[in-house]
Design a protein around this ligand. Structure first.
Ligand code: ATP
Length: 430
């Protein structure tokens, strides 16, 4: 799949209200809210429902379907803050941030716009522009990385849920009928990608969204979940979403097009002036492509990488150090060049020259602001895979010591061979 051509787009953050009207976000992009009447704490009712469902499942040792909000009305779930069970009714809360454009009155509905709560719609409304300029043939993908904004009811858990976050989404357009196979291929490829960047398979799982959870446009959605909450007692509650991979059918391209009609012959989108269909030269047919959407959060991916890589080591003196065992490809600094003696100009000069020679091929830093133990510890903590130490002997034998962050093994390498040596150790499978 990854060999297939994809275009990259950078679409607008502020989008016309009509985009969000026809995508369904104005009506359905809501979280159900509930307040505790006793302590005035506010919660997402769907999260309480999930907790309630997990509790029941543990009780009955089986899958439990919880329909509606009766469990709150009957007081079967206690407030996580005060322990009472006195709830208000559940009401929907739209998560989109609103603003208005132009020098108009703030409450003028004509001027209302939204900050995008997902990057996907920017791709759909540009579908025709992309098709006309790139002349791509199905199947092809259009990817976008950028900021999304959601007025989350309960932000928190560090960078797990924030109101402004970085999303990476791709819309992969396929012929109807080829959607199910492509969907499965993307699920497998995305899971493999997380493994390839160093996340442990023990901390990843696939979650098939049951029918009652599916978004209104989705034929099938599989989430890749990460063990974000290992401290929780109940294993089922360790997991939360890292990425969603949805089969969105042809819903989006149809809903933004001027032609499609409902069962009564009424246009689905009377405001649209474009038709986002695709003409297949091979079969001479015009149709709306189906869309497979892998959607991930950059912030949650970084959080998962940090959690997976974090480790501690305690020495004989009882001092604990942090070692961030990031996969080589994810480490922001690949190599640190350190002089053993910073008051020896020849050693310092040689170390700086080595750093300069490595810089064009990998991110390298030079540091002499402490003793060697401290310098190693600093690099371990930020996840630098290798440290190169220049010592007195280096001036004689033109060789340096390469120290491996994870094994702590040290190897003597000729300066002339250093870049090749490091590149080999970075290559997959080494
Ligand atoms: P959740 O159920 O956790 O609210 P979601 O199902 O609404 O997430 P999607 O709309 O599928 O999320 O968005 C795709 C990805 O964007 C998510 O898998 C997640 O990694 C990321 N994401 C969504 N909301 C947030 C947020 N508020 N903060 C950080 N990342 C987020």
């Amino acid at each position: 799949m990854t060999g297939r051509v994809a275009s990259r787009l950078d679409s607008s953050i502020i989008l016309n209200r009509l985009v969000w009207k026809y995508s369904g976000h104005e009506e359905t992009f809501t979280d159900p809210l509930v307040d505790c009447r006793e302590c005035q704490s506010r919660f997402r009712a769907d999260k309480l429902k999930e907790e309630y469902r997990q509790l029941k499942m543990a009780q009955f040792h089986d899958r439990v379907l919880v329909v509606g909000w009766g469990f709150l009305e009957r007081g079967e779930m206690r407030c996580p803050n005060c322990g009472k069970a006195n709830w208000t009714g559940v009401r929907p809360f739209n998560l989109m941030f609103r603003t208005h454009v132009g020098a108009t009155a703030e409450d003028d509905p004509e001027a209302r716009v939204y900050l995008r709560p997902e990057t996907a719609q920017g791709i759909f409304i540009n579908f025709l522009n992309i098709l006309n300029t790139s002349r791509r043939k199905l199947p092809f993908g259009v990817a976008q990385i950028g900021k999304s904004f959601r007025n989350e009811v309960t932000p928190g858990n560090f960078i797990f849920r924030t109101r402004e976050f970085e999303q990476m989404e791709m819309e992969y357009f396929v012929r109807p009928g080829e959607d199910e196979k492509a969907h499965q291929e993307w699920i497998d490829a995305c899971r493999q990608w997380f493994l390839d960047i160093g996340i442990s398979p023990d901390n990843l799982r696939l979650y098939e969204q049951p029918k009652e959870e599916l978004a209104h446009y989705a034929k099938r959605t599989v989430d890749i979940q990460y063990r974000f909450f290992p401290e929780r007692e109940d294993e089922e509650r360790h997991w939360d979403e890292l990425m969603g991979i949805a089969n969105r059918t042809d819903f989006d391209l149809r809903t933004h097009s001027k032609k499609p009609e409902d069962a009564e012959g009424k246009r689905l989108n009377p405001d649209s002036t474009e038709d986002l269909s695709y003409f297949d030269e091979q079969t001479k047919q015009r149709f709306y492509p189906y869309v497979i959407e892998p959607a991930a959060g950059v912030n949650r991916t970084v959080l998962a990488l940090l959690m997976d890589a974090y480790s501690e080591k305690t020495n004989d003196k009882g001092e604990t150090r942090v070692i961030l065992k990031l996969h080589h490809s994810m480490a922001p600094i690949k190599v640190a060049v350190l002089p053993l003696a910073k008051n020896k100009p020849e050693i310092v000069g040689m170390a700086k020259a080595i750093k300069r020679s490595l810089q064009p091929i990998m991110r390298a830093v030079y540091d002499d602001t402490g003793g060697i133990g401290k310098l190693y510890a600093r690099q371990d903590e930020v996840g630098t895979p290798f440290c190169v130490t220049v010592d007195h002997q280096s001036l004689e034998d033109e060789a340096v010591t390469v120290r491996d962050r994870d094994t702590l093994e040290q190897e003597r390498v000729k300066v002339a061979d250093l870049s090749m040596h490091l590149l080999q150790r970075f290559s997959p499978g080494s």
